[in-house]
Design a protein around this ligand. Structure first.
Ligand SMILES: Cc1cc2nc3c(=O)[nH]c(=O)nc-3n(C[C@H](O)[C@H](O)[C@H](O)COP(=O)(O)OP(=O)(O)OC[C@H]3O[C@@H](n4cnc5c(N)ncnc54)[C@H](O)[C@@H]3O)c2cc1C
Ligand SMILES: NC(=O)c1ccc[n+]([C@@H]2O[C@H](COP(=O)([O-])OP(=O)(O)OC[C@H]3O[C@@H](n4cnc5c(N)ncnc54)[C@H](O)[C@@H]3O)[C@@H](O)[C@H]2O)c1
Ligand SMILES: O=C1O[C@H]([C@@H](O)CO)C(O)=C1O
Length: 494
């Protein structure tokens, strides 16, 4: 391989010298050759008789494709580059993290199993294993000729000169730029104790490691936020037998998706596992004990909930910096793109959580902060970019969660939701273990569907229903005697 690469580099070097080669491929192929390549590189540079600035740009390492962000979407984008034979020597990933892309959902699931229950650890869950694909370890990136810069976040961006500056001071020139910077966890302000030792946020594997080490010593934990992180971390804490309290401002958990009635079923299950809820409550501040670590949460009504560990899951914010100039959508935040993930600036794309894209089915601009979209948007963007096919992304929203999966838990929870949670709802089943909720609009069209503890065949019906939005017989659906019966009624309306 090295000799083939050396030949390729030599060919490119002479092409570059003649002024006909692809700049970025040349420099990268030479870089892969290391010291020997360096000699070829300087020969090429000399022969080209370049100006100093051209040589400087050459040394500043031109890249044909640069992905900024090394998360879920980046991992799937890299795979698509490889599938099209366009990765080797052409692709660079600039990452803030210390490890190659991984399946982020694992961080609040298998990663938080207690030590005796075989927790998931890297390299076990690098992308693309979450969707049944290959496990792309650091070795995989090397073998496929993909350059990955670790722990070197992009700090500045200049669209005119097509350059990026990283925190270590590297200047990278790109041909095409793919922004996949995802989201960052929303934080409680420092002045109310949001940065105290023992207060955790969870977005990346370093955060998860820090949380695991706290859980190992914890006795009493407070989870702030009743969304995805709150639900998943509280369930994990049950596996560690910790005294757990969830505090949130709304009157039920998962307010973005669950109906009050659905939420009640899950809350009861959590309570059976010993979890306490403080609803309708806002945090006034987090207090520290004499050791400087967090010791309690003080609520706005003055009540105090003691805790030696606090996990904050109060939402995520799209990481648009330093790309604001590319165009941020004011309604949903994030970098605005079209149906092929192209931003308003030629050769700049945005994918995953950070992309504000046209959600064609519902005719609105949306950001979706879930892994299925991260994977599919990455694939769609890179495929259309590399094949020049003008195909619009037509996404069907899909969310899921899985908790209490560790061995020995009284029951497992796994649900899926497809579509849009708008309109009136019909709930069927009593959670023993199944329950289904159907969202139906004023024209009797099924818009969204939720199912807990389905079989794989039942789950596979959900996207068909949500995609085709059939008109359903509401009276018949309401009279369904079981989840199976309700799904059959919905299926017959397709
Ligand atoms: C704990 C947790 C659990 C989740 N569980 C689920 C689940 O069960 N199901 C589900 O559907 N979704 C889940 N999600 C959401 C899902 O993980 C995200 O939608 C998905 O990771 C988005 O992919 P992304 O590549 O857009 O962003 P990310 O995966 O967040 O990747 C963004 C990457 O960019 C890096 N970055 C940011 N700024 C810069 C910069 N300036 N320079 C370089 N790098 C930068 C970040 O460090 C990060 O590595 C979960 C999210 C979290 C945090
Ligand atoms: N299964 C999944 O899909 C999954 C799992 C984990 C995380 N995630 C993703 O990770 C990101 C973060 O998740 P999250 O659970 O933090 O966000 P979320 O939006 O799901 O939930 C945030 C919750 O925080 C609460 N809240 C908001 N502001 C608050 C405040 N000031 N004080 C107290 N509580 C407040 C509310 O109860 C709200 O429900 C999201 O993008 C989410 O989609 C997804
Ligand atoms: O999509 C996912 O990927 C990980 C894990 O399956 C990877 O092994 C996980 O927990 C998910 O929910």
């Amino acid at each position: 391989m090295t000799s083939a690469l050396r030949r390729k580099a030599a060919q490119m070097a002479s092409a570059a010298a003649a002024g006909t080669g692809c700049y970025s491929q040349t420099s990268w192929a030479l870089r892969r050759l290391g010291a020997g390549g360096g000699a070829l590189a300087s020969a090429a540079t000399r022969r080209r008789n370049c100006s100093v600035s051209a040589a400087a740009v050459f040394d500043n390492q031109n890249r044909e494709y640069v992905i900024v962000g090394g998360g879920n979407a980046a991992g799937y984008a890299a795979r698509t580059f490889v599938e099209h034979g366009m990765a080797d020597g052409r692709l660079c990933i600039v990452s803030k993290e210390a490890v190659p892309p991984y399946e982020r959902p694992a961080l609040t699931k298998g990663y938080l199993f207690p030590p005796e229950k075989k927790p998931a650890r890297l390299p076990g869950f690098h992308t693309c294993v979450g969707s049944g694909g290959q496990r792309q370890t650091a070795e995989w990136y090397k073998e496929n000729g993909i350059e990955v810069l670790y722990e070197d976040p992009v700090e500045a961006f200049d669209g005119k000169t097509q350059t990026l500056k990283t925190s270590s001071g590297k200047i990278l020139k790109y041909g095409s730029l793919i922004i996949s910077t995802g989201c960052a966890a929303a934080r409680l302000p420092e002045k109310i104790g949001g940065d105290l030792p023992g207060v955790h946020y969870i977005r990346d594997v370093a955060d998860a490691d820090s949380l695991v080490s706290s859980l190992g010593k914890a006795k009493k934990i407070v989870v702030i936020g009743g969304g995805y992180i709150g639900m998943e971390v509280a369930a994990a804490a049950c596996g560690w037998n910790l005294d757990t309290t969830i505090i949130f401002p709304e009157d039920h958990i998962m307010p973005r998706l669950f109906t009050p009635s659905l939420a009640k079923k899950y809350e009861e299950l959590y309570e059976q596992n010993g979890v306490k809820f403080v609803k309708g409550a806002l945090i006034d501040k987090l207090d520290a004990g004499s050791d400087g670590r967090v010791s309690s949460a003080i609520l706005k009504d003055g009540s105090v909930v003691e805790a030696d560990t606090v996990i904050v899951g109060i939402g995520a914010k799209p990481s648009v910096s330093p790309f604001e100039a590319v165009g941020v959508n004011i309604e949903v935040g994030g970098i605005e793109v079209d149906s092929m993930f192209r931003t308003s600036i030629p050769s700049i794309f945005a994918i995953g959580d950070v992309a504000a894209f046209p959600l064609k089915m519902y005719d609105r601009i949306a950001r979706v902060e879930h892994v299925d979209h991260a994977r599919k948007s990455a694939q769609h963007c890179i495929e259309t970019l590399l094949t020049s096919q003008a195909k619009a992304y037509d996404y069907l929203p899909y969310f899921y969660s899985r908790v209490f999966e560790y061995e020995g838990s009284s029951r497992k929870i796994w649900w899926q939701f497809y579509g849009d949670n708008v309109g009136e709802t019909i709930e069927v089943g009593n959670f023993d273990p199944k329950i289904a909720t159907f969202w139906i609009d004023s024209d009797s069209r099924l818009k969204g569907v939720f199912l807990e503890s389905g079989t794989s065949e039942e789950f596979s019906l959900l996207p068909k229903l949500a995609r085709s939005q059939p008109i359903v017989d509401k009276a018949k659906l309401k009279s369904a005697t079981s989840v199976e019966d309700a799904l059959e009624i919905a299926r017959s309306s397709l």
